[in-house]
Design a protein around this ligand. Sequence first.
Ligand SMILES: Cc1cc2nc3c(=O)[nH]c(=O)nc-3n(C[C@H](O)[C@H](O)[C@H](O)COP(=O)(O)OP(=O)(O)OC[C@H]3O[C@@H](n4cnc5c(N)ncnc54)[C@H](O)[C@@H]3O)c2cc1C
Ligand SMILES: Cc1ncc(C[n+]2csc(CCOP(=O)(O)OP(=O)(O)O)c2C)c(N)n1
Length: 610
Amino acid sequence: MTSATSRPAAKPGAPSSANRPKPAPPSGAPVRVTGAQALVRSLEAVGCEVVFGIPGGTILPAYDPLLDSTKVRHVLVRHEQGAGHAATGYAQATGKVGVCMATSGPGATNLVTPLADANMDSVPVVAITGQQSRQLIGTDAFQEADICGITLPITKHNFLVTDPAEIPRTIAEAFHLAATGRPGPVLVDIPKDVLQETTSFAWPPEMHLPGYRPTTRPHGKQVREAAKLIAHARRPVLYVGGGVIKAQASAQLKELAELTGIPVVTTLMARGAFPDSHRQHLGMPGMHGSVAAVGALQRSDLLITLGARFDDRVTGQLASFAPDAQVVHADIDPAEISKNRKADVPIVGDCKEIIAELVTAVKAEQERGHADLTAWWAQIDGWRETFPAGYEWPSDGTLSPQYVIERIGQLVGPDAIYTAGVGQHQMWAAQFIKYENPATWINSGGLGTMGFAVPAAMGAKFGKPDTEVWAIDGDGCFQMTNQELATCAIEGAPIKVAVINNGNLGMVRQWQNLFYAERYSQTDLGTHKHRIPDFTLLAEALGCAGLRCDSREGVDATIKRAMAINDRPVVIDFVVGKDAQVWPMVAAGKGNDEIMAARGIRPLFDEDEI
Ligand SMILES: Cc1cc2nc3c(=O)[nH]c(=O)nc-3n(C[C@H](O)[C@H](O)[C@H](O)COP(=O)(O)OP(=O)(O)OC[C@H]3O[C@@H](n4cnc5c(N)ncnc54)[C@H](O)[C@@H]3O)c2cc1C
Ligand SMILES: Cc1ncc(C[n+]2csc(CCOP(=O)(O)OP(=O)(O)O)c2C)c(N)n1
């Protein structure tokens, strides 16, 4: 939980200039407007460019003035879950706040999954929901749901607005809360009669967020302590997380890494924060991480943890994780520090500022000498040589899913944005596409939300219309949210979707293969046997181009055909084998020492190797 998760303060406090939103038009003397008009004007004033949503009874008053806005574009999605993930994709691609809107009751509850998803992955999203009129709240009125109560544990903050005069301030605060400190989702619930009532509107409003002062500048003493450890550690690792991308600190990270020569690992949420082509990059740690990344963390004597949160998919069994390592932990959210692993040197602040200050402090420390990392690199290079990333071609002659994903990465290149669903295809997209730039890999890490890829790609495309956007999806995931392709086709978002169609809920099947004696309970989707649905026909029906490929020879030509179609979205049905597995793997609940480089090889690390 973030430290900022609390109910809004009831009493106004003294506004601070740091808290005040940047002045933006319209400004000047108050004007008489409806609450709905105040909402749209406020969205314009905070710089909101696009809202993903669906109208309905209680939010309808807001949709009327939205029709006249020349600054805010509304994208009519097909399902509110799509609106929420699109807002997340937009936010992850642009670094700005993503916005979604829904009516009360089912519209609002359909946003619950994307809000939980954004909360887990620290994504700045503002959700605006209609609510039943004030006098009906608590009466089980039509489409009434206590969305503030429901989303309290899965938002950074939420508001129920009971006075139309409060709308500008609430929107300003919602955007400020979503984007600052540890980013996260904020929900603003507005009763219908509050939207209809007349009020006066003036911008900028004064914000009242007493107690909300995220620390961005690190403490100098802690930075110097960390620098001392960094300069003298013999087996250090830069353990880089999604916070480095949120802080837009890739340049600072590269400087620190090159200054110290320390190996770098990037979590699933940090792929792209450090170039994959860089010699010091060992890849992803964790359950499906590279052997070198897992090994380096495990044998490290110092983890320099930057915007990462010691997630269980990374640590494996916590008690045996990196047993000899001291820990420097830098995070903007103090609640993360020592949450899972005790920090020896905690540093609270923004990663950009922290890393920049670390560079200065390490330079000063290095003048007094520093450790030789030659032996450490020799050990790491040994792992890299013995266990390079790779995969075997299926023996039954079917198409290799890893090959398809690898070729997409190679042909489309590192300037594109890639999104993924959840499952085997997601892990292969993390392993076999080479990321060189931050914010080019967008996925659902913390919640692991199937169906994320297509709507997130749609949101990313609206945020970055000139960038090629590819959704790498599974056939299971695709069947959860593919209807947003109709939105993409109608609204002009020509994304590409590569459905890695193995006919199965592949990741679950892999676990059944390994841990449930090959008893495949309810994981065969039947798509291979019956071609139901036929993804190419479905694509055409949704206004997209539909392509199919089931042979190695056809892969490059099909990807190139898709790249050449830019007047509508493209769906490629890549029919692949069902038996491919994601390797390496640390089984759930096991220690990282038991990493399996491939089936049957365990444990990897012997005592005498330490
Ligand atoms: C099927 C599946 C398999 C997975 N396997 C793996 C795996 O093998 N390896 C792996 O790494 N993950 C894996 N994951 C993802 C995993 O569940 C976690 O989502 C992920 O490891 C968390 O990444 P992170 O530690 O970088 O934290 P994030 O969730 O990205 O959190 C970012 C941290 O940075 C902080 N922060 C935010 N902004 C700033 C700022 N400006 N300055 C400083 N700090 C900031 C936040 O407070 C937070 O603590 C898997 C997920 C799925 C669905
Ligand atoms: C909404 C949701 N339901 C269930 C799961 C559990 N789950 C994780 S991966 C997976 C299978 C995904 O199948 P598919 O999309 O075909 O991808 P593949 O693993 O085959 O690449 C399932 C069911 C989940 N993560 N999210």
